[in-house]
Design a protein around this ligand. Structure first.
Ligand code: FE2
Length: 428
């Protein structure tokens, strides 16, 4: 049997699924969509790639990054203490010199770097606590400029607090009117606890008024008394917004006493709240005022995952005042989560892979846009991890262990990027 040639045909892949076993298939793509998935498809194609048993996955989802500050490390000075708060001070100086082109160019450069490593869905925060809203404008323009190959969500993030300066509340609302996708906040950095609680209520009001998602930087501090997460959870229940709400960082959760933490875990089970942990950056930022033992400063990822709460992972920063390292590689993030969150059991390693793919998609509410299925947009990646080098059940583990090269990135049915893995030659 023969069929009309399709645009692109992937032969001999091992396709990962979130809810069932990996399967050996061919994948046919036509007009930007996946049109067939089955073993030994009869199709011919304009372009055919023999993947020789390599793994195919839906793209990586970067659920938490600050693209307005990427690639500014050292400007105007390096963060010598390594703390969150010195980072905020440096950024306050750097953002005085922001221009629209500066933000847009760095953001698009970072997005290309991410896309070449298999990231096709990104949620970025845009600092909206300076009068000109330059960061937001630059990222909204970047969202438009990349839309043919990358889906970008922009969070209006009041870095200096909704009530930190008199104009900030109005700027946050202005950001909604300008088209930010998500309302953000930072209650633990408001001037008082009361302002923190008030800011959360205001964020929920804006989200309901403008029909937007919520993603709050929540309790990103080692203070075991920082308890804004319970306020966010209560608002999520009372407004019925549930799964439309995300709590990012929540590092104080790692410092709460267990009696309180277990009560809170039970409560969270009823909320459908999403969580985002950023293990690369928080393992370096947190615990800076500790001597020894020194805290890890990461939220309770394993416990949240064990109880079925949706957790995804983010990079947070690439070369900025808070984190001077980073390349945008989501397997670096998953690899660090395996270590820092002590998720070394085999289902736990697989879960860390799912946190940079399907679970990130759930946080971003990508819904029908995401997943390698017939009828969906053809967005997928091919990684340099293959059967029979490992068993099909070990592909996620192998990808994280070796931080496997993303060999092909297919976006909207087109080959967007191709990378050859490095080859080592023994000369002994
Ligand atoms: Fe962040």
């Amino acid at each position: 049997m023969t069929s009309q040639p399709v645009d692109l045909l992937l032969r001999h892949c091992y396709l990962l699924h979130i809810d069932r076993a990996t399967e050996a298939v061919d994948i046919a793509i036509q007009d930007g969509k996946i049109v067939a998935i089955a073993p030994q498809l009869p199709h011919s194609a304009q372009l055919e790639l023999d993947l020789a048993g390599q793994m195919v996955s839906p793209p990586f989802v970067e659920s938490h990054i600050h693209l307005d500050s990427v690639m500014t490390v050292g400007e105007p000075r390096w963060n010598q203490s390594g703390t969150l708060f010195e980072g905020i001070e440096i950024w306050r100086e750097r953002k005085q010199t922001l221009t629209l082109e500066d933000v847009k160019e760095r953001a698009i450069a970072a997005l290309k770097q991410q896309a070449m490593q298999g990231v096709l869905f990104v949620r970025t925060h845009a600092d909206v606590s300076e009068q000109t809203l330059t960061a937001l404008k630059g990222l909204l323009e970047a969202r438009e400029a990349v839309k043919d190959w990358m889906t970008l969500q922009v969070v209006a993030f009041p870095q200096d607090g909704v009530y930190g300066s008199p104009q900030n509340e109005a700027l946050l609302e202005e950001a909604m009117k300008m088209g930010a996708d998500v309302v953000g906040g930072i209650p633990h950095y408001e001037l008082t606890r009361e302002d923190g609680v008030r800011s959360i209520h205001r964020i929920f009001e804006l989200a309901q008024q403008y029909d937007r998602l919520i993603d709050i930087h929540c309790d990103e501090i080692d203070d075991d008394q920082s308890r804004f997460l319970e306020v966010v959870a209560a608002c999520a229940v009372r407004t019925g917004m549930g799964s439309r709400v995300t709590a990012s960082h929540t590092t104080a959760f790692g410092s709460y006493n267990n009696a309180y933490a277990f009560k809170l875990l039970g409560f969270l089970q009823r909320t459908q709240l999403n969580f985002i942990a950023n293990p690369l950056i928080n393992i370096t930022l947190q615990g800076r005022t500790d001597t020894y033992p020194k805290r890890r400063g990461v939220t309770r990822v394993k416990e949240l995952w064990q109880q079925g709460t949706n957790v995804s992972l983010g990079h947070d920063c690439i070369q900025d005042p808070w984190y001077s390292l980073g390349t945008g590689n989501m397997l670096d993030v998953a690899n660090m989560a395996v270590h820092v969150c002590q998720m070394t059991g085999t289902p736990e390693i697989d879960a860390c892979y799912n946190m940079v793919t399907w679970q990130g998609a759930k946080t971003l509410h990508l819904e029908d846009q995401y997943g390698v299925e017939v009828g969906k947009p053809a967005n997928l990646i091919v990684l340099d991890a293959s059967v029979p080098m490992v068993q099909p059940t070990q592909l996620r583990y192998e990808a994280i262990r070796r931080r496997a090269t993303v060999r092909y990135v297919i976006s909207r049915g087109k080959l967007l990027a191709h990378t050859e893995p490095a080859q080592a030659h023994w000369k002994g």
